[in-house]
Design a protein around this ligand. Structure first.
Ligand code: R5P
Length: 312
C-alpha cells in the first residue's frame, strides 16, 4: 500500500522531516480562508487507494480542528484507503474529568470526534493522568511515542551533573522515566497547601541535589506557571539556575518571558509543536511509529483499538 503524507496548515516542516525519514512522498494541500472565515481546501494530488497520514501540530486546536476534519472527510471521499492522524501533541487531554457539575469532559469529546474521522492515530506523550491509556477514550488504532528516550539522550549530552526534577507530583511519571534512561537521580516537588491561596512547593530530598544542575522536566509548558514556580523555588533554595525541559511547547501568552524572568538557565522542548525552544528531535521515533502502525493496521492485528508501538 502506498503511503503519502499531507501537512495540515502549520505542520510543513515536521511533515517534510517525516517524509524524508519514511522515504514517502508528500501530497500537496491548498488551504485558505474565505473572507467570512470558512475554510477552503483542495488536495492537489492523487490519493485514491493510498494510505494517507495527515500531520497536524495542534497548538491552537479550536481554529485548527474544523479544517482537519474537513481534510479527513475529503480524503475519504477521494478514495484514500486508510486515513491516519499524526498529532505529536494531543490537545485537550487535561480536561479529563468533570471537576464541576455540567462541565464538558473535552478529552473524551475530542476523542470521539477524532475516532470517527480517522482510522489510526500516532501521538507523542499524551497527558495521561486520570485516563490510564488512550484506548480508554479513543476508539481507533493508537500508538504512543514516549518522549523519555529523546529527552534523556539530550540531558545526558547537554547538561553536566544533571539531577532531574519534577515540578509537581503529576510529573513523576515522565520524570522517573527520563531519570532511569539517563542514569541520573530524580526528585519531585510536593505541593503543600498552606491556606486557600498559598501553595508552597517542597522538595523532599535536598541534600542529594547539592552540586548538581537541576533539570526540570514536564510534559507541557502552557502558561509556564508550573515551571516558573519550580524555577523560583530552586533558586530560592540556593541551587544553580535550572534547565527547563518541556515535551510539548504550547507556550501560551508570555510563557517564555515568564520562565526567563523566573531565572531559568535554558528552556528547551521537543519538536512536537514548532517553537524556538525546540532542541529535541522526536521525528525519528515518530516516523518509526507511523511505519509500525501502518504495518499493524494492514496486518489486521488490532481490533478497533489498541497500541501498535509503545502505547499505554
Ligand atoms: C499538568 O497537569 C501538566 O503536567 C503541566 O504541569 C501543566 O499542564 C503545565 O501548565 P502550565 O504551563 O500552564 O503551568
Amino acid at each position: 500500500m502506498t503511503l503519502r503524507l499531507i501537512a495540515a496548515p502549520g505542520a510543513a516542516a515536521l511533515t517534510r522531516r517525516l517524509s524524508a525519514k519514511l522515504d514517502v512522498p508528500l501530497c500537496r494541500l491548498e488551504s485558505r480562508r474565505f473572507a467570512d472565515g470558512e475554510t477552503y481546501l483542495r488536495i492537489d494530488d492523487e490519493v485514491e487507494g493510498c494510505d494517507i497520514a495527515v500531520v497536524a501540530q495542534l497548538r491552537d486546536p479550536d481554529p485548527q480542528l474544523a479544517g482537519l476534519l474537513f481534510l479527513a472527510d475529503t480524503l475519504r471521499e477521494l478514495g484514500a484507503a486508510k486515513v491516519g492522524l499524526v498529532a505529536p501533541y494531543l490537545p485537550y487531554m487535561r480536561q479529563d474529568m468533570r471537576f464541576l457539575p455540567g462541565e464538558a469532559v473535552t478529552s473524551r469529546s475530542l476523542a470521539k470526534i477524532i475516532s470517527a474521522a480517522f482510522d489510526w492515530l500516532v501521538t507523542v506523550e499524551p497527558h495521561l493522568h486520570r485516563h490510564a491509556s488512550l484506548d480508554e477514550i479513543y476508539h481507533l488504532t493508537t500508538a504512543v511515542v514516549p518522549s523519555a528516550p529523546a529527552v534523556a539522550a539530550w540531558v545526558q549530552t547537554q547538561v553536566a551533573h544533571p539531577h532531574i526534577v519534577g515540578p509537581d507530583e503529576e510529573s513523576e511519571r515522565w520524570v522517573s522515566e527520563v531519570a532511569a534512561l539517563a542514569g541520573r537521580p530524580y526528585t519531585v516537588f510536593e505541593k503543600l497547601r498552606r491556606s486557600d491561596d498559598v501553595v508552597e512547593l517542597v522538595l523532599p530530598e535536598v541534600q542529594v541535589m547539592r552540586g548538581h544542575t537541576p533539570v526540570l522536566v514536564d510534559d507541557i509548558i502552557a502558561s509556564g506557571q508550573t515551571m516558573a514556580m519550580a524555577v523560583k523555588r530552586l533558586l530560592a533554595m540556593g541551587f544553580a539556575p535550572p534547565v527547563c525541559v518541556g515535551v510539548h511547547a504550547v507556550f501560551a501568552g508570555d510563557a517564555a518571558g515568564l520562565l526567563q524572568r523566573a531565572g531559568a538557565a535554558r528552556v528547551v522542548s521537543c519538536n512536537t509543536l514548532a517553537h524556538p525552544s525546540n532542541a529535541i528531535d522526536v521525528s525519528g521515533a515518530l516516523a518509526e511509529a507511523v511505519r509500525v502502525e501502518l504495518e499493524c493496521v494492514h496486518a489486521g492485528e488490532e481490533e478497533g483499538s489498541g497500541s501498535a508501538f509503545a502505547g499505554r
